[in-house]
Design a protein around this ligand. Structure first.
Ligand code: UD1
Ligand code: CA
Length: 445
């Protein structure tokens, strides 16, 4: 028997006031929907059917889910019915219903509603004690047993005072769900087919409905506007920092350290404030990162120090120090014990072990050998207005301050350029050059 999930995501999300569908808004570097899909997979759900509107439907290729189109948003009950109509029937099936705008629900909660769906139970739902006032549907009980869910816009003031709410996380026996969606009507304040009315129908038909109270209401916060998006960001970021700290990472200030899911950060790494780390970055042990640093899609080996700098799409070898105010990008690959200092930009270049570029340089499309020193103000002039060209610099080279290297150029091992050289020819190993254009001055001792 397969367990399947219907993921509701067709709502218009009008309160976001956005051209982007709500469930594709970003939270800690991932779309909201990614979190829900990931949590459902963790809960062991075999197949996910996303109910989407026209706008969203074409934008879900990255998620590996089935989609069904809900042309008109006639309510959550209607959305579930559309999904069921598109799904193969399974008389013993179990179906989780989740919302695309609830990214903080951990996989364990979906697993919990599923596990509670015993043979004789028609529906399990999560309830939560939410802070008041709240827009969540109210759980109305009679003699302790659940009787119905009342939506806020249909509730009496007495019902609104109830502080137990419908979290919007459900598991259903498929056969019972298929029956009940045919019975829903839209005679309510919003003129919508409410999935939540299923409760009253089941109770009337003497079917078992099992409410489970969640321990932490923050897990079931929904996102309807950008204020709630910011609240969710704070929650999730705190959760991410928390788990890295417990795994041995020192985070000086979790409130100003911005992480994403699926990062690797080694033990004894210290992260200083105002630092962003994202896009599957992998940071080694004993690194010092920040303050005021951004690292994205990059790998840092052990004992790397980065301060006040930006590193995108790059690899940094162990023992290397970067910054302050450096910009490393575009597939740069820095070896061990490299030094990159202030106002140095490195793009798509390789610096071998022990190379140094300490001040004010641009190194693009370059390969730089071991222990070579790049003087202050050096520029690889890699772009001729049409194409990019390579600069290859050997080992133990001394590039003098303010050297311009007009690529494509090769500079041999042990060569030296004088200050303000403009290098327009290749330089042989051990050769000294200076001037504009740079001319040979004989061998270096
Ligand atoms: C819903 C519940 C409410 C619960 C709350 C928890 C109903 C009627 N109410 O209210 O009891 O406390 O969730 O967060 O279910 N959607 C569709 N098609 C539609 C309408 C909605 O796919 O026609 C999707 C939305 O994109 C969203 C989800 O269903 O992901 C919930 O809809 P929303 O309008 O946000 O319901 P709430 O008012 O939050
Ligand atoms: Ca909602």
């Amino acid at each position: 028997m397969k367990t399947r999930a219907i993921l509701l995501a067709a709502g218009k999300g009008t309160r976001m006031k956005s051209a982007l569908p709500k469930v594709l808004h970003s939270l800690c570097g991932r779309p909201l929907l990614w979190y829900v899909v990931t949590a459902l997979r963790h809960a062991g759900i075999d197949e996910i059917i996303v109910v989407a509107n026209e706008e969203l439907q074409g934008k879900l290729d990255a998620f590996d889910v089935r989609t069904v189109l809900q042309k008109e948003q006639l309510g959550t009950g209607h959305a579930v019915k559309i999904a069921l109509d598109a799904m193969e029937q399974d008389a013993d099936g179990k179906i989780v219903v989740a919302s695309g705008d609830m990214p903080l629900v951990p996989g364990a909660l979906y697993a919990e509603v599923l596990a509670a769906l015993a043979r004789d139970v028609a529906m399990v739902l999560m309830t939560a004690k939410m802070p008041m006032p709240s827009n969540f549907g109210r759980i109305i009980r009679k003699d302790a047993a659940i009787e119905q869910i009342v939506e806020v816009r249909d509730a009496t003031s007495e019902q609104l005072a109830v502080d137990e709410m419908n979290a919007g996380v459900y598991a259903f026996a498929e056969s019972a769900l298929r029956q009940v969606v045919e019975q829903l009507n839209n005679t309510n304040a919003q003129g919508e087919y409410y999935l939540t009315d299923a409760v009253a129908h089941f109770v009337r038909d003497r079917k078992t409905v099992l409410p489970l109270l969640v321990e932490d209401h923050r897990h079931v916060l929904g996102i309807n506007d950008r204020v709630e998006l910011a609240d969710a960001h704070a929650q999730l970021n705190a959760r991410l920092c928390h788990s890295h700290m417990l795994a041995g990472v020192t985070i000086i200030d979790p409130l100003t350290t911005y992480l994403e899911p699926e990062l690797q950060i080694g033990a004894d790494t210290v992260i200083y404030p105002n630092t962003h780390i994202g896009r599957l970055s992998d940071i080694g042990r004993g690194c010092v990162v920040g303050p005021n640093t951004r690292i994205s899609a990059s790998v840092l080996d052990d004992d790397v120090h980065v301060r006040e700098s930006v590193i995108f799409d790059s690899h940094i070898g162990s023992g290397t120090t970067i910054g302050p105010f450096a910009h490393i990008r575009g597939g740069a690959d820095l070896g061990q014990n490299v030094r990159v200092g202030n106002f140095v930009e490195i793009k798509k270049s390789r610096l071998a072990k022990g190379a140094k570029a300490s001040h004010l340089s641009y190194l693009g499309d370059a390969t730089i050998g071991e222990d070579t020193n790049i003087g202050a103000g050096t520029i690889t002039c890699n772009y001729d207005g049409q194409n990019k060209h390579q600069t290859i610099i050997g080992k133990n080279v001394r590039i003098g301050s303010n050297t311009s290297i007009i690529a494509p150029r090769t500079i041999g091992d042990g060569a030296l350029t004088g200050a303000s050289s403009v290098v327009t020819h290749d330089i042989a190993p051990g050769e000294r050059v200076a001037g504009n254009p740079a001319r040979p001055l004989g061998k270096r001792r």
